[in-house]
Design a protein around this ligand. Structure first.
Ligand code: SF4
Length: 455
C-alpha cells in the first residue's frame, strides 16, 4: 500500500506529520510522492489561518475527482481542521477518515479498517477542552517516543514536544479549541526521548510548546527541564519555541547564562504595541510589561537574540494603535519579526464579538510598513557581525547563487544557523551538513549573513 502525504501548518504539525509517517512505515506502508500512485492519502491540516484551510479544501476538491476513477482510494484528514470541523469534514465526498490531533496514534488502524471498505469513520475529541485521560496521555507519549526519528528533519536536528495544547485563549486564536488544554509531558519521558535522539546522532534539539515557558510538570519547571536536557552528552545546542510573555520565569534567562548548550535565542511574540489592542486580544500583559521582560532578558543575557511576532489589522486597530506597534518594534530591536495580517477564525472570541473592520488594503499596507521598519533594524544588527567568526550548524545546500564561482564545483553553497538563529550562507563541501563549522562573516543583508569557513 502506497501513502501520499500533504502537511500544512506550523512546526507542531510537522512533528505530528513525521510521527504519523513513521507509524505508517513501521506498519508496512510505503511512501509515494506521486498522488496518482497512492492507495492512501493523508492530509495533516492547519486551522490557524483561513488560507491554510482553503488550501486543504482545494486539495480535497482534487481528491474528489481522483476518487471518481479510483473509488478504493482512502483519504484521511487529521490535525486541527479535523478537530474543528469534525462531521462537516466527514461529509465531504473525498473524505473517509477524520482524525483529531489527539487521536493520531489511532490513524494506522483507522486506515487499515477503511482499506477496501469505502467506509467513513471519525476519531476526534468530543470535548477537546476536557483534560486527556491518563490512558490517552500515555498513548500520546508512547507514540511520540516510538515514532520520532533522527532522520526526519534537517541533519543532526530534532524537534521534541514538551507540552501540548494551550490555556491562554488569545481572542483571535483557534489553538485552545483544536489542541485542547495545556498538558506538560513528564520530564523523564522527554529526557529519555532526547537521549535516544542523541544516540542516533542528533546534536541540536528544539523543545516545542505553544507556550513553552509555561511548561511545568508537578513542581518541575521549564528552567529545570533546561538544566536536565543540558546534561545529555552529545546534545550540543538546545533551542526552544515559542515563549509567552506573561509570567515569564527569569530562571530561564539564568539557565542561558549557566548552561553553554542553551542557545541565547528567544522567540517571544508581542502581537501589538497598543495596550488597547493587547487587551482586545486577551494577551494578559501591557506593552510596558512586555518591554520589561525583554529588558530583563538583555540585562541577564546581554548577547541574547530576540525575535517577535505581530498581527496587523486586528479589529479596532487605528492608525495610532498601529504606530504603537511600529514604536515597539523600534524599542525592542528584534533580530527579526514574523508579521501576520489578522484573519478571523470561526469559533474564536474575536470572530464572535469583534467586527473585522480594518480593510484588507490597510492590513497589507501596515504589513509592508512593519516589515520595512524591522528590515532596517535587522540589516543594522546583521552588519555588526561583519568581521566576526560565528559557529554555525550546517543545514545543507542553499538554493541561492554562489559566493565564489571558481570554487563552486567542489564547494556548493551551504546554509546553516547560528545559536542565535541567524541564517549564514557560505561555500563548503556538502558533507558538512549536520556539522558545526566556524564561519567568518564577510557581508550581511537584513535576512542573511555571508561568510567563509575558517576550517
Ligand atoms: S498563546 Fe495565544 S496565540 Fe499562542 S497558541 Fe495559545 S491562544 Fe493561540
Amino acid at each position: 500500500m502506497k501513502v501520499f502525504l500533504r502537511s500544512f501548518g506550523c512546526q507542531m504539525n510537522k512533528l505530528d506529520t513525521n510521527l504519523v509517517v513513521n507509524s505508517f512505515l513501521q506498519a508496512g506502508f510505503k511512501l509515494t510522492q506521486v498522488l496518482a500512485q497512492a492507495d492512501v492519502v493523508l492530509v495533516n491540516t492547519c486551522s490557524v489561518r483561513n488560507h491554510a484551510e482553503e488550501r486543504v479544501l482545494s486539495l480535497l476538491g482534487l481528491l474528489k475527482h481522483i476518487k471518481k476513477t479510483n473509488p478504493e482510494l482512502v483519504v484521511a484528514v487529521f490535525g486541527c481542521m479535523a478537530q474543528r470541523l469534525k462531521e462537516d469534514l466527514l461529509s465531504h465526498e473525498a473524505v473517509n477518515i477524520v482524525c483529531g490531533p489527539l487521536q493520531i496514534p489511532e490513524l494506522v488502524n483507522l486506515v487499515n479498517k477503511a482499506v477496501g471498505q469505502k467506509t467513513k469513520s471519525t476519531a476526534v475529541s468530543e470535548d477537546i477542552r476536557h483534560k486527556s485521560s491518563q490512558q490517552q496521555s500515555q498513548q500520546l507519549d508512547d507514540f511520540e517516543y516510538s515514532y520520532d526519528s533522527a532522520e526526519d528533519n534537517l541533519p543532526a536536528q530534532a524537534y521534541v514536544r514538551v507540552m501540548r495544547g494551550c490555556d491562554k485563549f488569545c481572542s483571535y486564536c483557534v489553538v485552545p479549541y483544536v489542541r485542547g488544554p495545556e498538558a506538560s509531558r513528564p520530564p523523564e519521558k522527554i529526557i529519555a526521548q532526547i537521549k535516544k535522539l542523541a544516540d542516533a546522532g542528533i546534536k541540536q534539539v528544539t523543545l516545542l510548546g505553544q507556550t513553552v515557558n509555561s511548561y511545568h510538570y508537578e513542581d518541575f519547571s521549564f528552567a529545570d527541564l533546561l538544566y536536565e536536557v543540558s546534561k545529555i552528552t552529545d546534545i550540543e545546542w538546545i533551542k526552544f519555541v515559542t515563549c509567552y510573555p506573561k509570567n515569564f520565569d527569569e530562571r530561564i534567562f539564568k539557565a542561558m547564562i549557566d548552561l553553554p548548550k542553551v542557545c541565547r535565542y528567544l522567540h517571544i511574540p508581542a502581537q501589538s504595541g497598543s495596550d488597547k489592542i493587547l487587551k482586545a486580544m486577551n494577551r494578559g500583559y501591557t506593552c510596558d510589561q512586555y518591554l520589561r521582560i525583554i529588558d530583563k532578558a538583555r540585562e541577564i543575557v546581554p548577547d541574547i537574540a530576540i525575535a517577535g511576532d505581530f498581527i496587523v489589522g486586528f479589529p479596532g486597530e487605528t492608525q495610532e494603535d498601529f504606530q504603537k506597534s511600529v514604536e515597539l518594534i523600534q524599542k525592542a530591536q528584534y533580530k527579526n519579526c514574523f508579521i501576520f495580517k489578522y484573519s478571523p477564525r470561526p469559533g474564536t472570541r474575536a470572530d464572535d464579538k469583534l467586527a473585522d473592520d480594518v480593510p484588507i488594503e490597510i492590513k497589507k499596507q501596515r504589513n509592508i510598513e512593519l516589515l520595512a521598519v524591522q528590515g532596517k533594524i535587522s540589516a543594522e544588527l546583521n552588519k555588526s557581525f561583519i568581521g566576526r567568526t560565528v559557529k554555525v550548524l550546517v543545514e545543507g545546500a542553499s538554493g541561492k547563487s554562489h559566493l565564489d564561482n571558481i570554487d563552486k564545483k567542489q564547494h556548493p553553497q551551504l546554509i546553516g544557523r547560528t545559536s542565535g538563529d541567524c541564517i549564514v550562507v557560505f561555500d563548503g563541501p556538502a558533507d558538512l551538513a549536520g556539522r558545526f563549522v566556524d564561519v567568518n562573516i564577510k557581508r550581511a543583508s537584513a535576512l542573511t549573513l555571508f561568510g567563509r569557513s575558517t576550517d
